[in-house]
Every structure is written in C-alpha cells, then in structure tokens.
Ligand binder design. Structure first.
Ligand code: HEC
Ligand code: HEC
Ligand code: HEC
Length: 409
C-alpha cells in the first residue's frame, strides 16, 4: 500500500515535470518495466529485510569469507542512492563500481548483471526512483581483515570478472537468446549454481554445473542426463520455476526463496525461454556404476528406508507428484556433493509456498532419532538405488554437518 502510494506520488511528480501531455504514460510504462526487471533480478533477496521497508537494505549474506550486507538502494540522499545519477547506477550494474571509485564485492552479483542492457538498467533506475526513500544506514562491509580491504578487489576483478553487455548469438533463436540473457544476466542463476574457485569467483568452465552454498547444494542444472536436468522437459522446468514443484522435485532452502520472490512472478514466455536455453545441447553421459546392493551400508540403508522414508517417497523412490519429491534419478541425489541431502534428512525441510501451490508439504527431521551411521547408510542407499549412482556417504560427513548446523543456530 505504502509502496503504491509512493509510486503514485512519484508518477505525479514525473508527469507534472513533463513538458508535453501524453508522456506520463511512457514514464508509467518505464517504471512498470523496471519493477518487473527488479523481480527478474531478485534484488529483493538481498536488499529487502523480511518485514522491512522495500529495498532499504540490511539483509546479511554469509560468504565463505565472512558477512556482507545488502545496501540501502532507496532514493534516500543520506543513506541510499538519492544523490546518484543514472550513470552511477549503470556503473554498479556493469562494472561493480559505486561513486567515488568504491569497488563492490561480488556478493552483489555484478559479474552477472554486467550483461544487462543499458536500456533495461534505465528502467530499473526509473523504478528505484519511485521507492519510498528510507533513512536507514547500512554498513555493507562486515568482512574480517584482510577481506574487508576493498582495494584487493582490483585483483579479484582481473581474475574473476569480464565486463560487458550480453551479445546475442546469431546462430540461435530469439527465444534461446532471451533465455541466455536471463540466466546469465539478470537471473544470475550462476551465482548459486556455478562452482566457485578459491577466491569465490565463478568457475566458468563448469557454468551451472552445481555448487555448495553454506550447507545447501545448488545442483547441476545443465542438460547433463545423469547429474543434471537432462531428463526434464521444458514444461517440467517451467512448472518448477513457476510453482516450486514438479513431478521430479520440490524447491527448498535458497531455491524456495528464489521461487517465492522471483521466478513465480516471471512471465510464462520468459520461463519458457529459460527452459529452452537450459535444455540446449543435451549431454548424455555414461551413468557411473552404483554400489552393489549386497554391501553392508546398502543392506542397512534399505531397511531404514523401508521403515522411515518409503511412506512418503514410495518404495521405488518415485515419490508422489507435487507432494513428495522423486528420489530416483534426481540431480540432487546424484550430485558428487551430498551435503544438501544430508541436511534435509538431519533437519527436515519445508518447501516454499507459492501462489500456485499455497500449502507447502514438509519433510520431517530425522536428526533426533537416526544416528550418524543410520543417516549415512540411508543416504548411501538412496544414492545407489533405482538408477541412481553416486559416492557413498560416511558417518563422519554426517557428524561434521550435524555439528556445523548446531554451531550456526
Ligand atoms: C545476492 C545478493 C544481491 C542481489 C541479488 C542484489 N544485490 Fe545489490 N548489493 C548486494 C550487496 C551485498 C551490496 C553491497 C556490496 C558492497 O558493499 O561491496 C550491494 C550493493 C548494491 C548497490 C550499491 C549501493 C551503494 O551504496 O554502493 C546497488 C545500487 C545495488 N546493489 C543494486 C541492486 C539491484 C538493482 C539489484 C537487482 C537487479 C541487486 N542489487 C541485487 C547484494 C545483492
Ligand atoms: C540463491 C541461490 C539460487 C539462485 C539465485 C538460483 N538457484 Fe536454483 N537452486 C538453488 C538451490 C539451493 C537448489 C536446490 C533446491 C533443493 O534442494 O530443493 C536449486 C534448485 C534448482 C532447480 C532444480 C534442480 C533439481 O535437480 O531439482 C532448478 C531447475 C533451478 N534451481 C533453476 C534455477 C534457475 C533457472 C535460476 C536462475 C533464474 C536459479 N535456479 C537461481 C539455489 C539457487
Ligand atoms: C512425511 C513424509 C516424508 C518422510 C517420512 C520423508 N520425507 Fe523426504 N521429503 C518429504 C517432503 C515433503 C520433501 C520436500 C521438502 C522440501 O522441498 O523442502 C522431502 C524432501 C526430501 C529430500 C530432498 C529431495 C530434493 O530433491 O529436494 C530428500 C533427499 C529426502 N526427502 C530424503 C528422505 C529420506 C532419506 C527419508 C527417510 C529417512 C525421508 N526423506 C522421509 C517428505 C518426507
């Protein structure tokens, strides 16, 4: 409500400032376009604190190097971007520089946003101008020494950043190019789904190949047929991004948030473009060999699965469409890194609710009634049954993650 009043006031201001009649409509369209683009870019995720004023900052982002906090990007002069010009904003999006030559950290995903067109940035800028200015001072850089020294980012950028607007590939369709623009640019899917090097930069040779984020795994979302989503149709991908669930999986953790804030609101044609792009160049890979069913961990795991898991995920791991995720041939299950799976079994999880699927089903936690050994066995069993094949999990890995989760509470 507050938001739309601010919008009206700003539009009146814009319209009254116009020299000729009729152009008020154009600025309205520009602002609406900008609003949609900020949804595509999920700026809210890091710039709006839950329950806080829109875009007034304060969201803490945990990185392997320490804590960064999303800035106040409302048009407040003292503590927001109220005194900036459009070019100042364009420099943030395309170069990762704020006014005064301040270099920004990659937690602000300018490494992806650099691909956003200047025209789209103008619309985002127009929309940000209509926000309620909020006088909220935010110290974004809360990293420990030496990571808090911004000049080190000169070197970081040299290694990890390629500046430049998206260039269409003339060999591909307009739809594919729209998908590439969204995935590589505003959608910044690689921020979570691309593995990182030791400096926290993207390993671009493995773009979207899956990555571990502070205890969650963002799985491989390439068209790889074993560890990726090669088995999903374009419609499956659209349904997942629109509703947070499909016949294979239900989004949880950071992806549930992404769906709630962002992708459920994307236009269907944009979701379809993403799907067409992600499904391009399917990679059929040889399925690795599963552990033999006779192995001790597999025998023990099978019994635990029958007892504790099969009621929901079904005996053959097929799950129940839209309610209980399919565990057979699931990317999350076949990934090299089992952290997400172990976390879900230890702590349980509730999928995000979306407008399309308002009640989210829940996965119970087993941390209190299964031992590290039990969890290692059942996870190993799931990872090596019904067409799945992935490295076994040890009781030690479960123990370490259990401890890390307790420490972070
Ligand atoms: C994944 C988290 C994340 C997302 C998504 C994100 N930002 Fe940021 N943003 C940050 C962080 C963290 C900072 C502060 C970085 C620093 O101080 O080095 C920042 C800084 C900024 C700044 C600079 C503010 C200043 O005072 O210097 C602007 C402008 C900005 N973001 C705009 C946006 C817009 C527009 C979007 C959406 C298109 C967006 N951000 C999406 C995390 C994010
Ligand atoms: C903030 C981090 C983050 C961002 C940004 C993000 N994802 Fe995800 N994504 C995840 C995580 C974590 C999972 C695993 C969710 C789970 O375990 O249920 C996931 C799961 C998925 C899956 C399901 C894969 C499977 O095997 O079940 C798809 C498809 C997907 N993401 C697509 C995208 C696309 C497309 C984008 C960009 C528009 C995107 N994601 C942006 C973190 C993210
Ligand atoms: C009461 C029903 C129920 C039981 C029992 C149950 N689960 Fe789940 N499980 C769910 C639901 C619902 C989700 C989706 C939750 C979400 O997305 O946040 C889920 C998610 C998962 C996931 C993540 C799948 C993915 O791709 O995102 C794994 C792995 C999993 N369960 C394994 C197990 C194992 C192993 C057991 C037995 C130890 C088990 N579950 C018992 C309901 C159940």
């Amino acid at each position: 409500m507050k938001n739309s009043m601010a919008l009206c006031a700003a539009l009146l201001g814009l319209a009254m400032g116009q020299a000729h009649a009729g152009s008020g409509g154009d600025s309205y369209n520009l602002v609406e376009k900008g609003r949609y683009l900020t949804t595509l870019g999920d700026c809210t995720a890091c710039h709006t604190k839950p329950g806080g004023a829109p875009f007034a900052g304060g969201v803490a982002i945990d990185t392997p190097f320490g804590k960064l906090v999303g800035a106040n990007i409302t048009p407040n002069v003292a503590n927001g971007i109220g005194s900036w010009s459009f070019d100042d904003f364009q420099n943030v999006m395309s170069k990762g520089h704020s006014p005064g030559g301040k270099l920004l950290y990659g937690a602000m995903p300018y490494t992806a946003y650099t691909k956003v067109s200047r025209e789209d940035n103008q619309a985002i800028w127009a929309y940000l101008q209509t926000l309620q200015p909020v006088d909220n001072a935010v110290e974004t850089n809360q990293l420990p020494f030496p990571f808090n020294v911004r000049t080190a980012l000169i070197g970081w950028n040299l290694v990890n950043f390629t500046e430049g607007e998206f260039k269409a590939n003339p060999q591909k369709s307009a739809q594919w190019n729209r998908g590439a623009y969204l995935v590589e640019g505003l959608g910044h899917c690689g921020t979570c789904h691309t593995p990182k090097n030791l400096l926290g930069g993207d390993k671009n040779s493995a773009f979207l190949g899956g990555a571990n984020l502070q205890g969650w795994v963002a799985p491989d979302i390439t068209a790889n047929s074993h560890s990726g989503i090669g088995g999903w149709s374009a419609e499956d991908i659209v349904q997942y991004l629109k509703t947070g669930a499909n016949r294979f999986d239900i989004a949880s953790g950071p992806m549930a948030e992404e769906v709630e804030h962002s992708s459920q609101h994307w236009k269907d044609e944009d979701l379809m473009a993403v799907a067409v792009y992600l499904k391009d160049e399917p990679k059929d890979v040889a399925v690795p060999k599963a552990l033999p069913a006779s192995e001790a961990a597999m025998v023990a795991g099978k019994a635990i699965y029958a007892d504790r898991c099969s009621a929901c995920h079904v005996g053959n791991g097929e799950g129940v469409d839209g309610l209980f995720p399919k565990l057979a041939k699931a990317p999350l299950v076949n990934g090299a890194d089992a952290a997400s799976m172990i976390r879900v079994v230890l702590a349980g999880s509730r999928a995000g609710a979306t407008d399309a699927a308002p009640t989210a089903p829940a996965m119970p936690s087993f941390g209190w009634n299964l031992s590290d050994e039990n969890i290692a066995d059942v996870v190993t069993y799931v990872r090596n049954s019904w067409g799945n094949a992935a490295p076994a999990v040890s009781a030690g890995e479960v123990k370490d993650l259990r401890k890390a989760m307790l420490d972070n509470r």
